[in-house]
Design a protein around this ligand. Structure first.
Ligand code: PMP
Length: 441
């Protein structure tokens, strides 16, 4: 009997024993094409020699030193590399162990910034429906996914959730993309005016929504208008790039493509590419200097902050993404994947939308393409698709629709940046098999 506390208590997963390139291998020798990198983590694929060598070298030199006493060479180098490539005036890097920790740090930093600049009334956070920012209480409060929040509601922070920018479902017939982007962003201003802008500390959003909406990219101009509203009302913009950052959409930071820079930015997943648990929160010099000139101490911290071995892994991963031409491959294979999906499923009666950026691609499933009605959640389609794909040797990331029926079931694809033509074809074939096996005819 296993003593592991599994993800699902109703089933026992196979045991993973190896990984090579785009494939994972279980203890029976079965190979799986890892088309979601777990949850958009394994951007370099499995068994990357450069990253493994860097980790081993770091372990030989220094595994760990507590940030209460020391900084370390890999942490400093990783911070330098991230800032050299970061948009806007992002200037400081706070290294944590994952995405939820980065989101928690971001929320607390935003709050402390306003307190230290003498504006303690700013305590409210505005985020969006159909979003996910992590599973710890603060990050879960920020997320707007009703299913994930339901059981914990009494413990969560009081905040506002506005509609996401969701062209497939919320753009009006005949409305231009630019008009919709503007109208959708203006929901933030309306909410600020409703709650009183002087009570709000920050707005938090994923540039391209991952887990809860399947690679949902905003309409053009959306984030530019969001940035303007934040500036006008003195609230901070926190962008959560835990899933969509670190090259996943074809640029190192996803927000580069929207022409905006946040005040605080969260990354994780692809930062360590699965080789070590690592995440980061980046902030501007304005925020850092305000607290620096005040208390001089961010009231936060974890034992594994700035972990040297994790930082060495992050440094090797980001260097590889930048130096090995992988951003170009993300664009090239991202286009190829989207085109192949359109070709195969563009007219499928139950595929309502195919969307995304780079190698971050989503399919939204609907019972009826004309009305866009989602499937009944009781069908548990996402679970069936995941199982059928797994059986066929494909790892993808299907999620159920929202319980309020405002998003259909969707499938997220986030394969490694090293993916090649043959594996794109294998992915689409196996996904076709999984859909045929799971969807009603
Ligand atoms: N933010 C986003 C956008 C995410 O997708 C996730 C994880 N799916 C998180 C935060 C939380 O990250 P972690 O699971 O590493 O805590």
């Amino acid at each position: 009997m296993s003593h592991i506390f599994p993800r699902s208590m109703k089933s026992t997963p196979p045991t993973a024993v190896g990984g090579k390139g785009c494939y994972l291998i279980d203890s029976t020798g079965k190979q799986y094409l890892d088309a979601s990198g777990g949850a958009a983590v394994s951007c370099l694929g499995h068994g990357d020699a450069t990253v493994i060598t860097a980790i081993k070298a770091q372990l030989d030199q220094l595994a760990y030193a507590h940030t209460g006493f020391f900084t370390s060479q890999p942490a400093e180098k990783l911070a330098d590399l991230l800032i050299a490539n970061a948009p806007g005036t992002l200037d400081r890097v706070y290294l944590v162990s994952g995405g939820s920790e980065a989101a928690e740090a971001a929320i607390k930093l935003a709050r402390q910034y306003h307190v230290e600049r003498g504006d303690p009334n700013r305590g409210r956070l505005i985020a969006r429906k159909q979003s996910y920012h992590g599973n710890t209480i603060g990050a879960l409060s920020a997320g707007g996914n009703a299913w994930r929040r339901a059981q914990f509601a009494p413990l969560l922070l009081d905040m506002s959730h506005i509609d996401p920018c969701y062209p497939y479902r919320l753009q009006n017939e005949g409305e231009s993309d630019a008009d919709y982007g503007l109208r959708s962003a203006n929901l933030l201003e309306a909410e600020l005016l409703r709650v009183g802008p002087e009570s709000v500390m920050a707005f938090m959003a994923e540039p391209v929504v991952g887990a809860t909406a399947g690679a949902l990219a905003p309409a053009p101009g959306y984030f530019k208008r969001i940035r303007e509203i934040c500036d006008q009302y003195g609230i901070l913009l926190i962008l959560d790039e835990v899933m969509c950052g670190m090259g996943r959409t074809g640029t190192l930071f996803a927000c580069e493509q929207d022409g905006v820079a946040p005040d605080i930015l969260c990354i994780a997943k692809g930062l360590g590419a699965g080789y070590q648990p690592i995440g980061a929160m980046l902030c501007t010099s304005e925020i850092y200097d305000t607290i620096g000139a005040g208390s001089g101490f961010f009231q936060h911290g974890h034992t594994y902050l700035g972990h040297p071995t994790a930082a060495a892994a992050g440094l090797a991963v980001v260097s590889s993404v930048l130096d090995r031409g992988l951003l170009e491959n993300v664009k090239k294979q991202g286009d190829a994947l989207s085109a192949a999906l359109q070709d195969r499923f563009g007219q499928h009666p139950h595929v309502g939308d195919i969307r995304g950026r780079g190698l971050f691609v989503g399919l939204e499933l609907v019972a009826d393409r004309t009305t866009k009605a989602p499937f009944d959640p009781a069908l548990k389609l996402a679970a069936h698709i995941k199982a059928a794909a797994f059986e066929a040797g494909l790892i993808c990331y299907p999620m159920g629709g929202t319980i309020d029926g405002k998003t259909g079931d969707h499938i997220l694809l986030a394969p490694p940046f090293i993916i090649e033509d043959a594996q794109i074809a294998e992915l689409v074939d196996k996904l076709g098999f999984a859909l045929d096996a799971s969807l009603p005819v």
